[in-house]
Write a protein that binds this ligand. Structure first.
Ligand code: ADP
Ligand code: ASP
Ligand code: MG
Length: 409
């Protein structure tokens, strides 16, 4: 079998962890499998690099940030190759350049466009364990890009797709996908399987156990995807087209604290205003999430919306620069907010789910600031300090600790 195995930052945090992973890789190699490994930067390396950059220049260009951040992954792959060789097995490390991982040009949030498999196949033919940097891409100008925080999962799934791998295993510091972040909700339960669509919603709504684009790609190319622990031998969670499990009304809760709310107060109440605001943001590649428009005073209206906190600075800047054109009174923002969401494939056909969620929050005296719904999810914006209590309350209300998710073999 050809297996792509991805290990996250905690799984390769120090020498001991690196040897732990090296041994697991050798084990699979000895079983006769061809092994492609994708690694993240060690431990908190990426955060530390960001901090380092901020000390020098908090407004550093995104190009230079990518040049810097991509070094974390390069350290991991070289160290892993050294460890495997020390244990007496053949291995080679490659970066995005060496295995032609081409991406779009958006620094800091690039998308993989294509990967040429020539070099990787060559190294596999030579019986090497091939260790590839996650998170990196190369753009049209030949510069290094990164795929967004958590992007190594996407590198792994993209490689599994182009290599036609039999399996893509994402090894992390929890033993699978849970009904909620087990670090936030103590009663969260491990799911033995979950559908691509539900996983995609959870990931997009802040369950960072998988990078959302990795799930998108897995669905598109039908990649056999498993999330499991690098520290235990537990069976993980299978992410697949249709889950055998009875369609649950709600099967997951997600929390996203990395969002901020922007309010543009006192816009003119006339056609085209929302278009002006959001087309401006779109042109600057800023994605907007929950939107609320409300009536202000004397023919004015207010528009509030949420953005990823990493986009906040850019968003405020373009809105301020266009103040004359947009004609508003005030621009406000708030970072201490969080989005709490429930996801479930069975939600679309069931009324009353939203009110049950709101009741759970009311019982906890948690104020809801914004609401957004779709066929398979409901999200609310709450104060950041309320987020964990909200997640627990909602998890409890829908009895997710009692979810029946046994596998049908
Ligand atoms: P890695 O470094 O391996 O990529 P991440 O920190 O990116 O690991 O993702 C794993 C973390 O995701 C877990 O430690 C857990 O706290 C968090 N997480 C959030 N939501 C979930 C969920 N529904 N199931 C499992 N883990 C989750
Ligand atoms: N090292 C990158 C990050 O911390 C990518 C990853 O871990 O997936 O976001
Ligand atoms: Mg991750």
């Amino acid at each position: 079998m050809l297996i792509v195995k991805k290990f996250g930052g905690t799984s390769v945090a120090d020498a001991e962890r690196i040897f732990n992973v090296a041994n697991r890789l050798i084990e699979a190699y000895k079983e006769g499998h061809k092994i492609v490994v994708v690694l993240s930067a060690q431990g908190d390396t990426t955060d530390d690099l960001i901090e380092k950059a901020n000390e020098i220049n908090p407004n550093a260009s995104k190009r230079e940030m990518d040049m810097l951040l991509s070094t974390g992954e390069q350290q991991s792959v070289a160290l892993m190759a050294m460890a495997i060789r020390k244990l007496g097995y053949p291995a080679i490390s490659l970066n995005a350049y060496q295995c032609d991982i081409y991406s779009t040009s958006t620094y800091g949030n690039a998308r993989i466009k294509n990967i040429s498999t020539e070099r990787i196949s060559e190294e596999l033919e030579k019986n090497n364990i091939v260790i590839i940097t996650g998170f990196q891409g190369i753009n049209r100008s030949g510069d290094i890009t990164t795929l967004g925080r958590g992007g190594s999962d996407t590198s792994a799934v993209a490689l599994a797709a182009v290599l036609n791998a039999d399996l893509c295993e994402i090894y992390t510091d929890v033993d699978g996908v849970y009904t909620a972040d087990p670090r936030v909700v103590k009663n969260a339960k491990k799911l033995s399987e979950i559908s691509y669509d539900e996983m995609l919603e959870l990931a997009s709504l802040g369950a960072k156990v998988l990078h959302n684009r990795s799930v998108e790609l897995a669905k598109k190319y039908n990649v056999n995807l498993v999330v499991r622990s690098s520290l235990t031998r537990e069976e993980g969670t299978i992410v697949k087209e249709e889950s055998n499990v009875e369609k649950m009304l709600v099967n997951g809760v997600a929390v996203d604290k990395d969002i901020s709310r922007i309010a543009i107060v006192g816009l003119q109440d006339q056609p085209g205003i929302a278009f002006n605001v959001f087309s401006l943001l779109a042109r600057n590649k800023i994605s907007v999430d929950i939107i609320l428009q409300s009536i202000g005073r004397e023919d004015t209206k207010d528009i509030s919306f949420t953005v990823a906190t990493s986009d906040l600075k850019d968003a405020l800047k373009v809105i301020e620069e266009n103040k004359n054109r947009l004609k508003y009174e005030k621009l406000l923002h708030e970072t201490k907010v969080a989005k709490v969401s429930i996801v479930g494939g069975g939600m679309a056909t069931n009324s009353g789910v939203a009110s049950t969620m709101f009741e759970a929050l009311y019982d906890e005296n948690i104020n809801i600031r914004m609401i957004s719904t779709s066929e398979i999810k409901i999200s609310v914006l709450v104060g950041e300090d309320d987020a964990e209590r909200a997640a627990n309350a909602v998890h409890e209300k829908f009895r997710l600790d009692q979810i029946n998710n046994t596998q049908n073999h």
